[in-house]
Design a protein around this ligand. Structure first.
Ligand code: ATP
Ligand code: MG
Length: 335
C-alpha cells in the first residue's frame, strides 16, 4: 500500500516535468545572441589592444558560465598588468578609448564597489560591464561552466531557480537578497548532496586545472568529459529536484549552524569558519561559502529583514510545489 502511494505521488509530481522543461527551453539564449556577443568582444579586443597590446579580455558571469538567460547583459574582465596605475585611472582611460568609437552610453563608474566601465553597443544592441583584473570571477565562471557540463539537470534546475528568484524579487543584492551566482552555487550543492549524487565535488578530485589568482590557489578537476554520465544512478527528474530544492531551503537547512560548501561538496559548520558572530556588516544569516575565496560568505548581503523575506519565499515555493494544482503559474507569479 505504501509502495502504491509513493508511486502515485511520484507520477503526480512528474506531470510538471513538461512545463518546467518548456520554461527552461524558453529561457535559453538563441545561437544568434552568442554570435553577437562574439562580435562585440572582437570589437572591444581590437580597441583595447591598440592602447594595451598585452592586455586580454575575458567573458565571465552568466554569458560565459552557461547559466545566462536570453537577453542578459555581458560581463567582461580586462586583464592588464599596469603596476603603476590604479584601477580608477585604468577605468577612466578605458572609457576614453571606447568613447572614441561609436559605442553608446560609455560611463566610467570609478567609485562602485567593483569599478567598471558600462557601455551599449548599438550594432548588436548588447549592454556590457567591463571590470579590471577580476580574475577570480573568470575562474569561478569556468568552475560553474564545468559543473554544468556534467549533468543537464543542473542547468535546468538553475534556470528555474533563477527565473523564480527574479520573478519573486529575491535576486537583488542591493535589497539584501542573493546574487545569481549564489543561487547557482546552491543548486550545485544540492545536486552534490543527492544520494546517489548527481554532481561530484570537482575541487576534491585530482587537480587537472590550477591557477593562482590574488594569492588564492584555484585547483580542480576540469576534464569533465571523462566523468561519463556521472549522475546516471540517480533518476530524479527536474520536477522532483525543484520540489526538493525548495523543501530543503524551507524546512531542512539548519540556518543557525550550517554553511553550504561546493568546495567540499558537503555542509560544514559555522563554528569551524568562525562565522558565528556578527562582524561589521557580516551577519551570516544564510551561509554560502565561495568555492575559492573561502573567507567570503555569499550570504553576507542578507540582513535580519531580508532573511525573513527569503525564508518566507522558500516556504511559499515549497508549499506551492507540494499542494498547488498548477504550480508553474503560481511559483513565478510576479511579486
Ligand atoms: P545574471 O544572469 O543575473 O546576470 P550572473 O551569473 O552574471 O547572473 P552576477 O551575480 O551578475 O551573476 O555575477 C557575475 C559574475 O561575477 C558571477 O558569475 C561570478 O563569477 C562573479 N561574482 C558575482 N558575485 C560574486 C561574489 N559575491 N563573489 C565572487 N564572485 C562573484
Ligand atoms: Mg551578469
Amino acid at each position: 500500500r505504501m509502495y502504491k502511494r509513493q508511486l502515485v505521488c511520484r507520477r503526480d509530481i512528474d506531470v510538471l516535468n513538461v512545463p518546467f522543461l518548456a520554461i527552461y527551453e524558453s529561457l535559453i539564449p538563441p545561437e544568434e545572441e552568442k554570435q553577437k556577443q562574439k562580435q562585440l568582444m572582437a570589437l572591444l579586443e581590437r580597441l583595447v589592444s591598440k592602447e594595451w597590446p598585452a592586455a586580454k579580455l575575458y567573458l565571465y558571469g552568466s554569458c560565459a558560465n552557461s547559466f545566462g538567460v536570453s537577453k542578459s547583459d555581458i560581463d567582461v574582465c580586462l586583464a592588464i598588468e599596469e603596476a603603476d596605475m590604479d584601477k580608477a585611472k585604468i577605468i577612466i582611460k578605458l572609457a576614453d578609448i571606447l568613447q572614441s568609437d561609436n559605442l553608446q552610453n560609455v560611463q566610467a563608474l570609478t567609485r562602485a564597489r567593483v569599478p567598471i566601465v558600462k557601455l551599449m553597443d548599438p550594432v548588436t544592441g548588447i549592454s556590457c560591464d567591463i571590470c579590471i583584473n577580476n580574475l577570480l570571477a573568470v575562474v569561478n565562471t569556468k568552475l560553474l561552466r564545468d559543473y554544468a557540463l556534467i549533468d543537464p539537470r543542473l542547468r535546468q534546475l538553475a534556470f528555474i531557480i533563477k527565473h523564480w528568484a527574479k520573478s519573486r524579487r529575491v535576486n537583488e543584492t542591493y535589497h539584501g537578497t542573493l546574487s545569481s551566482y549564489a543561487y547557482v552555487l546552491m543548486c550545485i550543492h544540492y545536486l552534490q548532496m543527492r544520494r546517489p549524487a548527481i554532481l561530484p565535488c570537482l575541487q576534491e578530485m585530482e587537480t587537472t586545472y590550477s591557477v593562482t589568482v590574488d594569492d588564492i590557489n584555484c585547483a580542480f578537476f576540469d576534464k569533465v568529459e571523462k566523468l561519463g554520465d556521472f549522475g546516471r544512478h540517480n533518476k530524479e527528474t527536474i520536477a522532483q529536484l525543484v520540489r526538493g530544492f525548495f523543501h530543503y531551503w524551507a524546512y531542512c537547512h539548519d540556518y543557525a549552524n550550517s554553511v553550504i560548501s561546493v568546495r567540499t561538496g558537503s555542509i560544514i559548520s559555522k563554528r569551524e569558519k568562525d562565522w558565528t558572530r556578527r562582524i561589521g556588516n557580516d551577519r551570516h544569516l544564510i551561509c554560502i561559502e565561495d568555492p575559492f575565496e573561502t573567507s567570503h560568505d555569499l550570504g553576507r548581503v542578507v540582513d535580519k529583514y531580508s532573511i525573513k523575506v527569503l525564508r518566507e519565499e522558500f516556504e511559499r515555493a515549497a508549499e506551492i510545489m507540494q499542494n498547488d494544482p498548477n504550480p508553474c503559474i503560481k511559483l513565478f507569479e510576479p511579486y
